[in-house]
Write a protein that binds this ligand. Structure first.
Ligand SMILES: [Zn+2]
Ligand SMILES: [Zn+2]
Length: 357
């Protein structure tokens, strides 16, 4: 089969035409023919050597994907061949204190060794094997291209539940695909007083073209408004992971407001903040770690958002064949754009999804 493997020792991404087909080895496993797989910011950080990844063998990346069941292990009772599915790439060890307390996303041995598409072979290939516990059936009304958004939406769903109540006046920092999906979710839930900031012009256009009635502005403009004494927000959701955006966002949280660190900063990044502001305004800061038990909710969200919100064109997502991974847009441009300041704000493009036909 075709696959895209990442070698952490050489930091090389290699396209292979003759990767052996993965085999079902355990009774609980499912073989999935991958339809669409997302290229996430995490993948870009991995290929740039900033994030952890399997280091003992070249691994097939891709942790956001949808597909169709083509073979099931002997113990699988809940899925059948032909089912449309999405995969939850994350799984706790099941036996540590955190897993047994209902917080598998705090599990170090599980999440830091098992993640499909980071530590185990993932979806940047024609086929992938996953345990049935991590395979979620998608209703027939959902297209597989929308279903590939289930993993990022599951993280948003987890964050949304965690930071309730949000208040009325919301700021989303970062208009990449995650900011765009936050916009769709908030709009569908009735939020109207939402400001979105983004530093990259092409991303700004995509956010504007969603036509949700939200205020979409350049990140520099927000900076000027803050200097001029702007109004504060009930909740700031940072989707950029960018240090200066986080520093700015923390200064404009309302009294009793919330700051949600949704974007992932590189592990060594540091921010400076005035602790007095956190004290004086009793600001609550939320870290969001992936998607405990929220993929089924994300599938429901996809179904309810439907094509009103979630067409790839509308979202600014482009589709590539796996073999075109090295085309000017998918990795080269993005990696290149990332390099000058190491700022995710500089990424010119939206998230990319590839087709495997
Ligand atoms: Zn991701
Ligand atoms: Zn555990």
């Amino acid at each position: 089969m075709q696959a895209l493997l990442f070698n952490n020792k050489t930091k090389e991404l290699t396209f292979k035409e003759d990767q052996p087909l993965p085999k079902i080895e355990l009774g609980n496993e499912v073989l999935i023919k991958v339809a669409y797989a997302g290229v996430c910011g995490t993948d870009l950080h991995i290929t740039e050597g900033q994030f952890m990844v399997q280091e003992h063998f070249p691994v097939i990346l891709g942790h956001e994907f949808s597909g169709e069941v083509v073979e099931i292990g002997k113990d699988v009772k809940t899925l059948k061949i032909g089912d449309k599915v999405v995969v939850d790439p994350n799984r706790g060890c099941g036996v540590c204190k955190h897993c047994q307390s209902g917080h598998p996303n705090y599990c170090a041995p599980g999440y830091e060794a098992n993640t499909i598409g980071i530590y185990k072979h993932g979806g940047w290939a024609n086929y992938c094997v996953a345990p049935v516990e991590q395979v979620i059936k998608a209703p027939p009304g959902i297209e597989l291209e929308q279903a590939a958004l289930a993993e990022p939406l599951s993280c948003i769903s987890h964050a949304y539940d965690l930071i309730q109540p949000l208040g009325d006046r919301i700021l989303i920092q970062g208009g990449g695909i995650i900011g765009i999906l936050w916009m769709c979710v908030l709009h569908s839930k009735g939020f109207r007083n939402v400001t979105v900031t983004e530093a990259c012009e092409s991303r700004l256009r995509i956010a504007e073209h969603l036509n949700l009635g939200f205020r979409v502005i350049h990140a520099d403009r927000l900076k000027c408004e803050v200097e001029g004494g702007c109004e504060f927000f009930d909740a700031v959701i940072d989707c950029s992971g960018n240090v200066s955006a986080i520093e700015l966002g923390l200064t404009i949280v309302q009294r009793g407001g919330k700051f949600c660190m949704f974007g992932v900063s590189p592990p060594g990044a540091t921010v400076s903040l005035k602790p007095y502001i956190i004290f004086q305004r009793e600001i609550r800061v939320y870290g969001i770690r992936v998607n405990p038990y929220s993929v089924p909710k994300a599938v429901d969200i996809i179904e309810s958002l439907g094509k009103k919100y979630l067409t790839l064109e509308h979202l600014g997502v482009r589709v590539y064949k796996l073999s075109n991974y090295n085309s000017t847009h998918v990795f080269n441009d993005i990696s290149h754009d990332l390099m000058p300041l190491g700022s995710s704000h500089l990424r010119k493009n939206q998230k990319f999804t590839k087709v495997i036909s």
